[in-house]
Design a protein around this ligand. Sequence first.
Ligand code: AGP
Length: 611
Amino acid sequence: MCGIVGYVGPSQAPTILMDGLKRLEYRGYDSAGIAVHDGNRINMLKAKGKLINLAEKLKENPVKGTLGIGHTRWATHGAPSDINSHPQLSGDSVIAVVHNGIIENYLDIKEELSQKGYKFVSETDTETVAHLIDFYYKSGMGFFESVFKTLERIEGAYALGILCKDYPDTLIAARKNCPLVVGKGQGENFIASDIPAILHHTRDVYFLDDNEIAVIKADSIKIYDRNQNEVQRDIYNVKWDIDAAEKGGYEHFMIKEINEQPKIIQDLVERRMPEGRDTIDMSGIKLRKENIQNLSRIYIVACGTAYHAGLIGKSLIEKLTRIPVIADVASEFRYRDPVLDEKTLLIVVSQSGETADTLEALKMAKRSGARVMAVVNAVGSSIAREADDVFYILAGPEISVASTKAFTAQVVAMELIALSMAQELGKFSTEQFNKIKEEIYSVPSSISKILQKSSVEKALAEKYSGSSNVFFIGRGLDYIVSMEGSLKLKEIAYLHSEAYAAGELKHGPIAMIDENTLVIAVLTQEELFEKTLSNIKEVKARGAKVLAVAMEGKSEFKGEVDDVIYIPRSSWMTAPILAAVPAQLFAYYVAYCLGTDIDQPRNLAKSVTVE
Ligand code: AGP
């Protein structure tokens, strides 16, 4: 999605902005631009395509100045083009604006301003913001008041960085439903839509809340609420290192993040289930026995990969607590009038903590009196701040658009939440708990074993990368892993792939199976093994190639399949985590063979902050 960076201080802003934008590239974008105040005027450079195009323009037409804003745009209103890129300027370059999000009522405002003589050159909603600020400013209001007045008028979601020609020392930032942080440096300050953009300059950040405005100069940061009252905000010190947001010798962020999984899960498990403790440390969660006993239902709501982690959570919570759980994608949940009341718990799952549909589902549930628990990676994100209870997975920054380490950490988190709830309800003994604990503790080393043998997935990817049609099949938790494997293959390898509950094949999709189809069958759930095996025989009989993912020691079915990827033996609960890793590796290596843009796949953005 779009990225914002802004700077005010003693250094040359263009260098800092270009470097910040480079670090935001992973979010996905199709054009970029910067606006720099040179003390007298605002100079702007914009270019369609990758940052290199903007860098070349900058080389040809160097701009100088110590105050500036930069943007990477992922087109929503108007095609990717130089004109539609941000910053957007008011007609005579008095106001410059960069914007993430969508202004929903921009057409009404555009109409109103057009009647006042304002000329629009782009198709963007953002240009309306620049002109509206300009309108109030020229009506006699100060810069700050004009921005404030404009924010009262606009509806929708925004993170904004704003400059005014007459204020060569001031950067204004504002947010509503879109992430924005203000970075505090020594004699210099920053804004960014995402921490990695500024982390090599400062670790001290302020998270803006919705409807807040920050007025930022080189030596001061003032934050105001919607009533123009100054608010005091604690500084958050970012704990993770910039190395976490660098490739560290790997060719892609995706493979780096796949390889980080053992360590992340080990840290998560040791943090929440330290040695010697026979309960789970649920710091951040205030949900207690009486709250859980009082629940009539639980919803788990998320998007994409996080939804798949939620589906696994649904199975586990239902199985261990016997409380009914409904899992739903956030974009559907929001609009289907779900039953929500004080006896409902909504669990939202989100890596970024900024996904628009998930955030709106959360707000809707809260308005209905439901309690909301969030399983989130990004500390201080909107979802984390809105939820009643937060379970941080602390997987570090996930840069690759394809989510890998966040997924497995989310699944572990769901397991711990399910276990903790079941324990609160007295559903199992300390002995049973310790057995499960031991199984979860073995996950990091089992993943390491899978990673050590990644040449298996690489060779299979080379063998099957020419497939034009891939089906993932499985039953129960294996079906959910299939959904995740299929999503990975689609999003980074652009291969047509579908996940089907193996038992559903006969109800339609088997008609698609022929000798050009690759079927990837996941069979880690012991009691469902024979059932899925019979589905394998059905597709095999129709000419499909079959690649199975199964536990070590399961060799009796080898005659029925073309290839097998083995994962270490594990329990029904932990097997989905392990089975997800070969699926990630397979997708990665297929994409590698096909030469796609693995970390920034086409048409996709890292965090989806629009509906
Ligand atoms: C995963 O590979 C995807 N890129 C995507 O489905 C993602 O999981 C989804 O957009 C949800 O994001 P979130 O976890 O940040 O809310």
